[in-house]
Ligand binder design. Structure first.
Ligand code: FNR
Length: 196
């Protein structure tokens, strides 16, 4: 009997129309599907949450968007995040989503964690020369150190991203396509270990 395919959640840390990171996420979705895994592409626009505020949390609890995002994360064996870089770090949309998800109290001692028990891969895209790599490194630290996630060492960071995507949505440079495929292959291989 064929083994079930790993499920991979994909999202960008930007909801901007024309987002370069959404373009990278879209190509990751295609590469994942070509690797015989099952991608789910979501937009954080569909998981609205206010900026984290302790008084809001005390009065109203964790917002529904954060609970639904956590459920999506738990339902997948791997997660690919394409992050923009703002002032050399992770943009507030993405950091806020991670902060809120980290505030959901597990239902019981055996409840799965959205960060542990699955594997992450990071991508970044920026119009600048540094390709968003400083944001990608900060995101890696946030996921790994406080949250205990496993993040694969392979990463894709796209510099000069305003001209990196061709009209058909593919990469203008084949080298980037090959790099994305390497990252996705490693992600899918690692995620396969979590398929039971
Ligand atoms: C940026 N941008 C940016 N780019 C970069 O490479 N390094 C940086 O430190 C910053 N800083 C920064 C701060 C703020 C507040 C904004 C709004 C933008 C530019 C950023 O990479 C660019 O807007 C991307 O296009 C954002 O990603 P999406 O929305 O295209 O995915």
């Amino acid at each position: 009997m064929a083994r079930p395919r790993p499920r991979i959640l994909v999202f960008a840390g930007s909801t901007r129309a024309g987002s370069l990171n959404a373009k990278l996420a879209a190509l990751a979705v295609k590469a994942i599907a070509a690797r015989d895994a099952e991608p789910t592409w979501i937009s954080l626009a569909d998981y609205a949450m206010p900026i984290y505020d302790g008084d809001f949390e005390a009065a109203s609890g964790v917002p529904d968007g954060a609970r639904r995002l956590r459920d999506q994360m738990i339902a997948h064996h791997g997660i690919f995040i394409a992050t923009p870089e703002y002032n050399q770090s992770v943009p507030p949309l993405l950091k806020n989503a991670i902060d809120w998800v980290s505030r959901v109290r597990p239902e019981n001692a055996n409840a799965p964690s959205p960060f542990k028990g699955r594997v992450f891969a990071i991508g970044s895209a920026s119009p600048g020369h540094f390709a968003g790599v400083r944001s990608a490194l900060h995101l890696r630290q946030i996921l790994e150190l406080p949250l205990g996630a496993t993040v694969i060492p392979d990463q894709i960071s796209i510099p000069s991203a305003s001209s990196a995507f061709a009209g058909d949505g593919g990469f203008a440079d084949d080298k980037q396509a090959r790099r994305l495929d390497e990252v996705v292959k490693r992600l899918v291989d690692e995620a396969s270990r979590y398929v039971v």
